[in-house]
Design a binder for this molecule. Structure first.
Ligand SMILES: Nc1ncnc2c1ncn2[C@@H]1O[C@H](COP(=O)(O)OP(=O)(O)OP(=O)(O)O)[C@@H](O)[C@H]1O
Ligand SMILES: [Mg+2]
Length: 391
């Protein structure tokens, strides 16, 4: 069918044509927004899940919900080398700019921008960044510029929240790939959020990241479990998977046969990224509506080769030879989390000699440590992909 009208959107962070199966999470977030704006005690949300399961698009949908309630919002995609201070400064600048035009006391906004500038320039002075905040007001010394990230973040958040309080709204800071924030940044974020929630100040940090993110947060601050509510973002159930495919098609006047939906359910295994990938090629392959099981089966190899390059291969490429060997050993042991001792056994090595490879794979976000002493792939179906590759 007409590829121009193809609604499906495989790709990292690509907004899906239908955000299926996430109503519960969005409702929970709405409650958080209302409670926080009303000064009621509430935990913020942290989304965790495997690669391609839809964390980023859900985070973006939550951001839209916050904007819909006239909140100020900003978003960061954390990277291991990027200093948190700059990223937070940029995101909060955007968040406050969103609400500033509605503020009746422009000098309150300017005061905050002065603090924000001092906060941002604290790092610039050390030569850590070339980023110059595009803020006309002079930096306001003596607040959020001590150099201690915990103190500075707390003061900055309190001041941002107080600008929002004037308007009866809140500020939401969204941080994607939260597990990539450096340990000092994680600690400072937790401590600042802790302060804010005690003061009932309306600023929340909403995070998203890989399955071991709760462990990262709690190893930094033991109270993080009380600070955040963890939502496990999982595969779509069969009904939601069908909706993700059929609702966008219906809008284009196109249907799927039951056989086609069953074939797509089997191929995609409930993973949103795969649903988009297989749906897209099936649409292109089908001569006319309805899309049939045969269309799905004929087109599936094309989706598989696209996934092999874009979803699996691009990640495999990032690993060194030693890391690849480690992952191949993992894959050979099956699709459950596997014990590190088992992997060492499969490779005929001492477990300690494999720690550098394992740690590097965790840093690269390819592997996470599941229960004690075991590891698993962050990328769904990665084991199968590796087993299919020629050695
Ligand atoms: N609820 C959903 N319904 C339908 N499609 C979805 C849904 N959630 C995500 N998708 C699709 O799945 C793909 C992956 O989404 P996204 O990039 O948000 O995943 P992610 O969990 O952030 O992955 P990563 O860990 O690699 O960043 C995108 O193509 C998106 O359109
Ligand atoms: Mg993402």
């Amino acid at each position: 069918m007409d590829p121009v009208r193809n609604p499906y959107a495989p790709g990292a962070g690509q907004r899906p044509p239908e955000l299926a199966g996430r109503d519960r999470e969005l409702r929970q977030f709405d409650v958080v927004l209302e409670r926080v704006a009303a000064g009621r005690p509430e935990r913020s949300l942290v989304l965790t899940g495997l690669r391609g399961v839809g964390k980023t698009v859900l985070l973006n949908a939550m951001r839209s919900a916050a904007i819909g309630r006239l909140w100020g919002t900003g978003k960061i995609e954390a990277r291991p080398e990027a200093p948190l201070r700059m990223a937070v400064a940029g995101a909060l600048h955007i968040a406050v700019r969103e609400v500033a035009p509605r503020h009746r006391a422009p000098e309150r906004v300017d005061d905050f921008l002065g603090v924000l500038k001092a906060f941002a320039m604290r790092d610039a002075a050390k030569g850590a960044s070339r980023w110059q905040p595009n803020i006309d007001v002079p930096a306001r010394r003596g607040r959020a510029d001590s150099g201690d990230l915990t103190i500075d973040l707390t003061e900055l958040f309190v001041d941002a929240a107080s600008v929002a309080t004037d308007l009866g709204v809140g500020i939401a800071l969204f941080i994607d790939e939260l597990q990539d924030v450096a340990p000092d940044g994680i600690g400072a974020l937790c401590a600042a959020c802790h302060e804010l929630s005690q003061a009932r100040a309306p600023l929340i940090v909403v995070g998203a990241g890989l399955p071991h993110l709760p462990a990262v947060l709690s190893s930094s601050k033991s109270y993080s479990e009380r600070l955040f509510r963890y939502l496990l973002i999982d595969r779509l159930d069969p009904a939601a998977a069908d909706r993700a495919l059929s609702v966008p098609a219906e809008r284009e006047g196109v249907a799927f046969t039951e056989d086609a939906l069953a074939a797509l359910r089997a191929a995609a295994d409930g993973f949103p990224y795969f649903i988009q990938a297989y749906g897209k090629v099936a649409w292109d392959a089908a001569p006319a509506s309805p899309i049939t099981g045969a269309d799905v089966r004929v087109s599936a190899p094309e989706a598989e080769s696209e996934l092999a390059v874009g979803f699996f291969g691009s990640r495999y490429e990032r690993a060194t030879p030693a890391e690849r060997e480690y992952m191949r050993a993992m894959a050979s042991l099956g699709d459950r989390p596997v014990g590190t001792a088992e992997i060492a056994g499969a490779l005929g090595r001492r477990p300690a000699s494999l720690s550098p490879a394992r740690d590097a794979l965790i840093k690269k976000g390819l592997v996470f440590s599941a229960e004690r002493g075991s590891v698993a792939f962050t990328v769904p179906h990665f084991g199968r992909y590796l087993r299919d590759q020629p050695a």
